[in-house]
Design a protein around this ligand. Structure first.
Ligand SMILES: C=C1C[C@]23C[C@@]1(O)CC[C@H]2[C@@]12CCC[C@@](C)(C(=O)O1)[C@H]2[C@@H]3C(=O)O
Ligand SMILES: O=C(O)CCC(=O)C(=O)O
Ligand SMILES: [Fe+2]
Length: 339
């Protein structure tokens, strides 16, 4: 059991600005694993305005669990503004960022990612997690100028929520499941119950990028995660191939399917294993995690259209119970809910 001081130390990132080499505690031997570099093998790129988009998205979800989405309707200016807000935030002096430090056991604030507690090696990363309004953290970060950040975050979350809902409708249709089976989805009184999170990620310039990782391999605990990133660094694991680098297209969003979709679809859709490698240059990304309310029971939604012989591969689990399993066991959480 960690002492309170040790628990606190685990959420403080390295002062990266001063790092001239990669300290031993950040060395991940897997960072130099071979990466598939053939131009022929790339994650699907889909335009949401294409009439075939639902079909293409369904295929991508079954084969990759990830895709790049164009024509998504999120204004380019808003995406650029988010990148600028990341820069403004992570360029603050360390002692200023520490004012918004996540408390041990807390879910929001500045610091290292929650899964870090499961690894003895540290990741080359710092982040800010926001759920709902950013005002409490923004006031601590910029006491005299916090409104601009809050307004941008609000606008972004609103637009991302609408897009995530649109994608969820497509996914449910593909599973032949009426969205009304998910009682929280269309219930306007339940919007506060929705459990949405925004994760601002910073991967500072690294003096020796092949020795460390920005984020260790993981799947996301979401229905979908919508990710914006201007530069490369994200890699996805494809069975039978290995790590494949994602090359972000200008203004596209990367859509990851998360664990909840894998459960709801009875394993028909993949929740993609991914990791982040670092570079000698600064990289930012923003992830919007669309998740069901904590008390929602997630279980395979077996479609009547697919016949009576279907067997649920996973037991029913509330979103909260699964998040707790994930926080303690990361990728092994799945084996704990398998029938
Ligand atoms: C909404 C969330 C998902 C996440 C935990 C969090 O509360 C905020 C950060 C997210 C993240 C990003 C990096 C990988 C990950 C496993 C982690 O430790 O923090 C995910 C979490 C998740 O998807 O479970
Ligand atoms: O930075 C990236 O490209 C990925 C971030 C990520 O995987 C996450 O926030 O869960
Ligand atoms: Fe992720």
């Amino acid at each position: 059991m960690a002492t309170p001081e040790e628990a606190y130390m685990r959420i403080i990132p390295l002062d990266f600005g001063s790092a001239k080499s990669v300290p031993d505690s950040f060395v991940w031997p897997q960072a130099s694993d071979e990466v598939h570099s053939s131009d022929g093998l790339t994650i699907p790129v889909i335009d949401l305005t294409d009439p075939n988009a639902p079909q293409l998205i369904t295929e991508a979800c079954q084969t990759w669990g990830i895709l790049q989405l164009k024509g998504h309707g999120i204004p380019t200016k808003l995406m650029e503004d988010m990148e600028s807000e990341c820069e403004r935030l992570f360029s603050l002096p360390t002692d200023q960022k520490m004012k918004a430090l996540r408390s041990p056991g807390g879910s929001t604030g500045y610091g290292i990612v929650p899964m870090q507690s499961l690894f003895s090696t540290t990741m080359w990363h710092e982040g800010l997690t926001i759920m709902g309004s950013a005002i409490d953290h923004a006031r601590l970060l910029w006491p005299n100028d916090y409104q601009r950040f809050c307004d941008k975050i609000d606008d972004y979350q609103k637009q991302m929520k609408a897009l995530a809902e649109q994608l969820m409708r497509i996914l449910f249709k593909a599973m032949s499941i009426p969205v009304k089976e998910v009682n929280w989805f269309d219930d306007p009184t339940n919007s506060s119950g929705c459990n949405l999170a925004l994760q601002l990620n910073s991967y500072p310039p690294c003096p020796d990028p092949t020795r460390t990782l920005g984020l260790a391999p993981h799947t996301d605990t979401s229905i979908v995660t919508l990710l914006q990133a201007k530069t490369s660094g994200l890699q996805v694991f494809k069975d039978g191939v290995g790590w494949v680098a994602v090359k972000p297209l200008p203004n596209a969003l990367i859509v990851h399917l998360g664990d909840f979709t894998r459960i709801l679809s009875n394993g028909q859709f993949i929740s993609v294993l991914h990791r982040v490698v670092v570079k000698p240059i600064q990289r930012y990304s923003v992830g919007y995690f669309f998740r069901p309310p904590m008390d929602f029971a997630v279980s395979p939604l077996l479609s009547k259209d697919l016949g009576p012989e279907q067997v649920p591969r996973y037991r029913s689990v509330t979103a909260k119970e699964y998040l707790d399993l994930k926080a303690r066991h990361l990728e092994k959480a799945f084996s704990l809910i398998e029938n």
